[in-house]
Design a protein around this ligand. Structure first.
Ligand SMILES: CCCCCCCCCCCCC/C=C/[C@@H](O)[C@H](COP(=O)(O)O)NC(=O)CCCCC
Ligand SMILES: Nc1ncnc2c1ncn2[C@@H]1O[C@H](COP(=O)(O)OP(=O)(O)O)[C@@H](O)[C@H]1O
Ligand SMILES: [Ca+2]
Length: 600
């Protein structure tokens, strides 16, 4: 028998329960007057949070009464499947009454031993960054009222930094002492997550002595977990990895030490790392929406809806050449009608492929043409011929390493994409008429297949290249000019940071490039903006070049090479559980049981 096994008949309120603890579950079954089993509640030991003697309120320091015969168990409690709280987690609190103090002590000891066994995989100490300006500017309030009390309940200590400038979180992770921290957490949106992502990946490569600028390098997977408390505008990374945007649910995933590997796409321009992305690298529509939205930041999250309409009305398409390395089609397909859910088999099988066969210790691969071998591992050579090339005019070119579901699009840009399979989905939307494109966009908001349109193609890929058509390409001269513009703005941005003003986005990549003294291409965006955008999105003078939206950051260059790095980072999450994934306490139309400050 399991050494942790314990069984007793205890009371919860006035009802009698057969209570059992085995190695895996803590469960209690209601017994009727004839001692027949009725309803059972079962909690995996991995989802227990705390066990206290006595009858305890949600904060252990506030005991209602210290009873010698009682103990209280705090655990993860799921919202009703199919109900309005599906996918949402809360803290369940159950007070058990024993017939003697001895029995009570036995239960408390055994339950704590079970919890102790789990403690190795749970964080003890966290480094938390709060963006006070993200989303509706409620980051600090969300942390103080919803997150901090739960961390305290779970006995997790946190060092909290409320950021005063963009890139502070990234720089902290890159440069400061991190010993003793089991994870880093952001309270903010996708931009804030991106800061942590760049910090964690950069730090890991620094320590491994690898150059991130080398597009051929096999990057070192990161050990430090990242937690996301959603408090931003889109919160796509949280939504796509948890299934809901809810601070309490995300805190509970952190507390129990869930671990979700995540594919990351690196974006290079001329042997310089520009940025990393996990959700969207998008040219055309999504780039234009982002660029336009920056001018309306004061609108908060609504800026994307407004800019989306404006850009749609501008009816643009862009020329370019897209090349891609297809993923192995036998493993999965973006049109196989599956969803990457918690415990996804495609992702588990990929783990073995990505790490066993690739030999993670050999850090460079022959990448004259590719970094991925035919078997799906992350290095090895491949022939030039494997690149597929497409050119023409596109409404949008999007690459996403995950579904990129978010409250605006509950199934996402690519509903069958996988979080951790080492591939991304490349979506090419050719120049359709305005109604056709609207149909495509609208299908993101419902269950209709957005790929079932004659002008839309989707490919599962491992790498993508984009280049402008001859005559439009980024010339040396343009880049030098762009560099100058970049330098000018760099100073301006620095001033904004110093004075505690809110700088615009685009900061991570610019600073990244500037700090490494490799600012080639920097400011292209601004230069092109000068040329094409300043007249507004509805201007009749249509621009010939768009910009790239990289997880909400405008990239400073147009010709790029993207490469998917399988399972490069780990989040405190477990993927979307079956029955979740369509709800958000920020959609307004759906309730979050009033628990969320975002609704209050
Ligand atoms: C007729 C209805 C049209 C609806 C179209 C809906 C399409 C939604 C797809 C959303 C993909 C989101 C990918 C995630 C991007 C975020 O990283 C980025 C930054 O987020 P944040 O830091 O929270 O501000 N968000 C965006 O780029 C917004 C794209 C909105 C496009 C309408
Ligand atoms: N204190 C701060 N002042 C100004 N900008 C900040 C600060 N902290 C973080 N940022 C930047 O703000 C940007 C947007 O933050 P984010 O939390 O993603 O909110 P949103 O989802 O509303 O865009 C991020 O790119 C981040 O670098
Ligand atoms: Ca993927």
């Amino acid at each position: 028998m399991d050494p942790l096994w314990l069984e007793s008949v205890l009371r919860v309120g006035k009802k009698r329960y057969r209570v059992i603890l085995d190695g895996l579950h803590f469960s209690w079954t209601h017994l009727d007057k004839q001692n027949r089993d009725k309803k059972t509640v079962s909690v995996p030991v991995s989802e227990l949070i705390r066990v206290e003697e006595g009858r305890v309120k949600i904060q252990p320091q506030k005991k209602v009464e210290s009873s010698e015969h009682h103990f209280t168990v705090f655990s993860v409690k799921r919202g009703r499947c199919g109900g309005s709280s599906a996918g949402l987690w809360t803290v369940g609190r159950t007070q058990f009454s024993c017939s003697s103090r001895d029995i009570r002590d036995q239960w408390v000891t055994q339950l704590r031993a079970a919890l102790m066994e789990k403690s190795g995989s749970r964080p003890q100490r966290l480094l938390v960054f709060i963006n006070p300006y993200g989303g509706k500017k409620r980051g600090v309030q969300i942390y103080r009222t919803l997150v901090s009390p739960l961390l305290e309940l779970a006995g997790i200590s946190a060092h909290v930094v409320v950021t005063e400038r963009a890139n502070q979180a990234r720089d902290h992770i890159l440069k400061k002492e991190l010993t003793g921290f089991d994870g880093v957490v952001c309270v903010g949106g996708d931009g804030m997550f991106s800061e942590l992502l760049h910090g964690v990946i950069g730090r890991t490569q620094q320590e491994a002595g690898l150059s991130e600028h080398d597009p051929t390098v096999t990057l070192q997977p990161c050990n430090l977990h990242i937690g996301i408390i959603p408090a931003g505008s889109t919160d796509c990374v949280c939504f796509a990895t948890v299934g809901v945007n809810d601070p309490i649910t995300s805190t509970l995933h952190i507390i129990i030490g869930d671990s979700q590997p995540l594919d990351v796409c690196s974006v290079h321009h001329l042997n310089t790392l520009v940025r990393y992305s996990v959700s969207l690298v998008g040219y055309g529509f999504y780039g234009d929406v982002l660029a336009e939205s920056e001018r309306h930041r004061w609108m908060g999250p609504l800026r994307y809806d407004y800019s989306g309409c404006m850009v749609y009305l501008s009816n643009r398409s862009y020329s370019g050449t897209v090349q891609f390395l297809p993923a192995v089609p036998q493993f999965s397909s973006p049109r196989d009608n599956t969803r990457c859910l918690s415990g996804c088999q495609v992702c588990s099988e990929s783990t073995e492929r990505l790490f066993t066969q690739s030999g993670a210790s050999s850090h460079t691969s022959s990448y004259s043409t590719s970094q991925c071998s035919q078997d799906g591992s992350q290095d090895g050579s491949q022939l030039d011929a494997d690149w597929v090339s497409m050119e023409g005019r596109f409404r949008c070119v999007s690459l996403t390493c995950m579904s990129s579901s978010c409250p605006r699009s509950p199934l996402g840009l690519s509903p069958a994409a996988h979080l951790a399979d080492g591939t991304g989905d490349l979506i090419l939307v050719r120049d359709a008429d305005a109604m056709g494109f609207l149909k495509y966009l609208h299908r993101h908001t419902n269950a209709q297949d957005q790929f079932d349109l004659p002008f839309v193609q989707v490919h599962r890929v491992r790498a993508v290249r984009f280049s402008l058509p001859p005559g439009e390409e980024e010339s040396e001269e343009e880049e030098e000019e762009a560099e100058d513009i970049g330098k000018g703005t760099e100073g301006g941005e620095g001033r904004a940071e110093q004075e505690g003003e809110r700088p615009t986005r685009r900061s991570v990549s610019q600073q990244h490039l500037a700090e490494r003294g490799e600012g080639r291409g920097m400011g292209d965006y601004r230069k092109k903006k000068k040329r094409d955008f300043l007249c507004g999105p509805c201007c009749s003078r249509a621009p010939s070049v768009s910009v790239w939206n990289c997880d909400g950051e405008v990239l400073p260059c147009t010709d790029i090479l993207c490469r998917v790095h399988g399972q490069l980072v780990r989040l405190f999450a477990r993927g979307i559980e079956d029955g979740a994934g369509t709800r958000s306490c920020r959609t307004g139309s759906r309730k979050c049981n009033g628990r969320c400050v975002l609704h209050s």
